[in-house]
Design a protein around this ligand. Structure first.
Ligand SMILES: Cc1ncc(COP(=O)(O)O)c(C=O)c1O
Length: 456
């Protein structure tokens, strides 16, 4: 039995895993074009004669519109990236943004969600999912997740609906798919807008259809750890011209565009944002989009390998990866009752063996102080205290027991399933797990400092 690294043995993994940032030749080609063209951003936030035409133009047409000139729709790379994205995801409109956080706010704003409105969302996601709801002063209502998909539980959604509910913000967490059939049925019954947060799921399919294209709008993230990367960046997709029009206005200082002929409905929620993507980011996006399928194939292959190799360890299970799912991070579910060793100890020992592993998010979103203390805008509980809301909403630990248990006791997240890590790298992860489980009795008896970090 090999001695565990945490007790002075040799670690299984002696070198870092590969970074998620992989640059191939195409990135250089497009970036060079941007530098040669001297066009860092060709967005123009002011009105032109043909503004209505620009606002409604589908992405496949906008790509050729006035080519290298300043436009309300951005520069050449931005419009090409959007057109390529729309074509790949089979939607009419792809509207790039400088982050998915901006994209989520923009989508909610475009859908007309505002003060007094409730948006039902999952309690377990990156904080931006919840905080984006606050931007237009609406109220997040957090509900619990399904134990196997880690995504919104439709029964909990149904229970959370009130006369104030206006939208559902679904997250396809870790690349898994939420139960979209059930969620869309609920939305139809109660006439709710549905927005899909696909930050972690570009390329994941639900019943053969790309997530993001099932509901009213979909939002993707291109931050550097995601499946498709532009440094920072994101994309909002929709087939609805009215939503696209409003989204484009919110993205680019639309408040200065209208003339006297615009009615008030077209003007609300346009409050001076700049969510525009740069030409450099878009250039990276064009190159990255072309290899998304191949990158996703490698992620999936690595995840399946780990799933097969790890699922028989005592207390370890890997939720079934449904057809079409492209795992973003692979999450194991660990049950410490099977071994007597707490999850935190396993994580620390894994890290000492050179395997980066985490417990997921620090807490559910509603346990963040911004919600517990209702201190989003100033100290007077805005927007919860808004006269248009007229309801007392509280957030407290214990609200969503399934998610709380997953985060506090059960999740073991494995991050490095992305290209260019390959099966040989995955074997180190498996070897580390096997070594740890051979030593489980030793671990049971000895105390360790669980705060140990990852050494690279
Ligand atoms: C589920 C989810 N939503 C939203 C975001 C925000 O994305 P961005 O960093 O592009 O703003 C993230 C980023 O990690 C995410 O994971």
């Amino acid at each position: 039995m090999d001695k565990l690294a945490i007790f002075g043995g040799t670690p299984v993994r002696k070198k870092p895993f590969h970074s998620s940032v992989v640059i191939d030749e195409q990135e250089w080609i497009y970036i060079k074009q941007v530098l040669e063209n001297k066009e860092f951003s060709r967005f123009m936030g002011s009105p032109t004669d043909d503004i209505e035409k620009q606002l409604l133009m589908i992405s496949a047409e906008a790509v050729n519109y006035k080519s290298q000139y300043y436009t309300f729709l951005g520069g050449r790379m931005v419009r090409k990236f959007e057109s390529d994205f729309a074509s790949k995801f089979d939607v009419s409109y792809a509207i790039s943004v400088n982050s998915a956080t901006s994209g989520l706010s923009m989508a909610l704003g475009a859908a007309g969600i505002g003060p007094g409105d409730e948006v039902i969302t999952t309690c377990m996601s990156f904080s931006a999912t919840g905080s984006s709801i606050l931007l237009f002063n609406s109220i997040p209502v957090f509900v619990d997740v399904e134990e196997n998909s880690f995504c919104l539980d439709p029964d909990e959604v149904e229970k959370a609906i009130t006369p104030r509910t206006k939208a559902i913000l679904v997250v396809h967490l870790l690349g898994n798919t939420a139960d979209m059939d059930a969620i869309m049925e609920i939305a139809e019954k109660h006439k709710l807008v549905v927005i899909e947060d696909c930050a972690q799921a570009p390329g994941t399919k639900y019943k053969g259809k790309c997530v993001g294209t099932i509901a009213d709008m979909g939002v993707f993230s291109f931050q550097e750890t995601k499946n498709l990367q532009t440094g920072e960046g994101g994309m909002v997709v929709t087939n609805n011209p009215n939503l696209a029009r409003k989204a484009r206005l919110i993205r680019n200082h639309g408040e200065s565009i209208p003339d006297d002929s615009w009615d008030e409905d077209s003007l609300v929620n346009i409050v001076g944002m700049n969510f525009r993507m740069t030409e450099l980011s878009a250039a990276l996006g064009i190159a990255q989009l072309a290899k998304l399928d191949e990158n996703n194939r490698i992620r999936t292959e690595n995840a399946y390998f780990l799933q097969d190799a790890l699922q028989d360890l005592p207390g370890v299970s890997v939720p079934v990866l449904k057809d079409g799912v492209v795992p973003h991070i692979l999450s194991l579910i660990y049950d410490s009752q099977a071994t007597g060793v707490k999850r935190e100890k396993i994580l620390a020992v894994l890290r000492a063996e050179g395997i980066p592993a985490g417990s997921g998010y620090l807490r559910t979103m509603y346990e963040n102080p911004i919600f517990l203390k209702k201190i989003a805008y100033g100290r007077d509980q805005c927007p919860w205290s808004c006269h248009l809301y007229n309801f007392r909403r509280e957030y407290k630990s214990g609200d969503c027991p399934v998610a709380e248990k997953l985060l506090r006791e059960k999740f073991i997240w494995l991050y490095h399933i992305h290209r260019p890590n390959e099966i040989d790298d995955m074997k180190d992860i498996v070897d580390a797990f096997n070594k740890i489980f051979e030593n489980i009795e030793v671990l049971n008896k000895k105390e360790i400092d669980v705060r140990i970090g990852y050494k690279w």
